[in-house]
Design a protein around this ligand. Structure first.
Ligand SMILES: NC(=O)c1ccc[n+]([C@@H]2O[C@H](COP(=O)([O-])OP(=O)(O)OC[C@H]3O[C@@H](n4cnc5c(N)ncnc54)[C@H](OP(=O)(O)O)[C@@H]3O)[C@@H](O)[C@H]2O)c1
Length: 279
């Protein structure tokens, strides 16, 4: 039985993938912060007859310590992990900074630090699988640069801006992971699903008018979750030969873009190591 870890596996793209693999007879460890969504995940797994292969770990992945707790729990129970799929995200359109009790910007902690810690922390369990993959669902290849003076996007904060910046950090995470682990079997895939009709995106705005407009926009331009997960499933089943690859839906994104600059990736890697050590 293969084992898939899916952060954000209780909603949207992550949940679509979780249910696909449970229906396929694989084991799925879904991670999210809400107990209620965890219960729903178990209920749906039971309806699919997959209650014995569904595991929910409740954790606030914006916290460094929580990521390490999750890694320890998974390592104590499983020797091999076939795929780590990174989908956890908070998409509410807020203009005020939320800080974690570890004093990182929440969005930076959840969208970047968590993915960094889980990618490296589960590496040895992934190496024990035959065709291991880390698939980071973000938005690779977006134009723009990393703001080194404001890595956590604190100035003129908005959650949307912070998410866009976080995606560039994830591009660099992919580059440093692949470059610094030359011997690894793990294929690191950065994946942009395009606009997808998930609760996270369609309920990003609290104001009723903005929410209605966003829903309408996503109905017009977005894909259903069912459609959006198809290229992800293809990549997980037949990972590319290269240690690192990036995709926008079915289309490969060129790694020659500036957003994948290796010097920047190494720089970010050093800074991140220091951040994580502080906790
Ligand atoms: N949907 C799109 O149009 C789109 C476009 C481009 C990229 N993406 C990327 O695709 C990924 C999935 O997006 P989506 O729209 O499917 O997401 P979504 O529907 O908003 O679901 C987010 C998931 O993350 C979990 N989560 C949120 N905060 C968490 C926390 N602090 N700790 C642990 N888990 C947490 C949520 O569960 P809890 O609430 O229980 O914590 C939920 O399972 C994201 O990385 C997003 O950036 C999406």
């Amino acid at each position: 039985m293969r084992t898939f870890i899916i952060t954000g596996g209780t909603s949207g793209i992550g949940k679509g993938l979780a249910m696909h693999y449970l229906n396929n007879g694989d084991r799925v460890i879904a991670i999210g912060s809400s107990a209620a969504k965890g219960e729903l995940f178990y209920e749906e797994a039971k309806k699919a007859g997959a209650q014995d292969s569904a595991i929910y770990i409740q954790a606030d992945l914006s916290l460094v310590k929580e990521n390490y707790r999750v890694i320890e729990e998974i390592k104590s129970r499983f020797t091999a992990i076939d795929a780590l799929v990174l989908c956890a995200q908070y998409q509410k359109n807020t203009k005020s900074i939320i800080r974690t009790k570890e004093n990182f910007v929440f969005s930076f902690g959840l969208y970047y630090l968590s993915r960094y810690i889980l990618s490296y922390g589960l590496k040895d369990r992934l190496e024990n699988a035959s065709k291991p993959v880390i698939l980071n669902v973000c938005a690779p290849g977006m134009k723009g640069t990393v703001n080194w003076e404001d890595l956590q996007s604190e100035k003129n904060y908005s959650n949307i801006k912070s998410i866009m910046h976080g995606s560039r950090l994830n591009d660099l995470l992919g580059v440093s992971f692949a470059t610094n682990n030359k011997e690894t079997k793990i294929r690191y895939i950065l994946f942009n699903p395009g606009a997808v009709q998930t609760n996270g995106t369609m309920e990003a705005f609290e104001q009723p008018i903005m929410r209605a407009l966003t829903k309408l926009l996503y109905k017009l331009i977005g894909s259903s979750v069912e459609k959006a997960i198809q290229p992800i499933i293809r990549l997980l089943e037949s990972p590319p030969a290269a240690a690192l690859s990036a995709y926008m839906k079915n289309q490969e994104v060129s790694l020659t873009m500036e957003t994948f600059n290796n010097n920047n990736a190494q720089n970010l890697n050093k800074i991140t190591e220091e951040y994580v050590k502080q906790i």
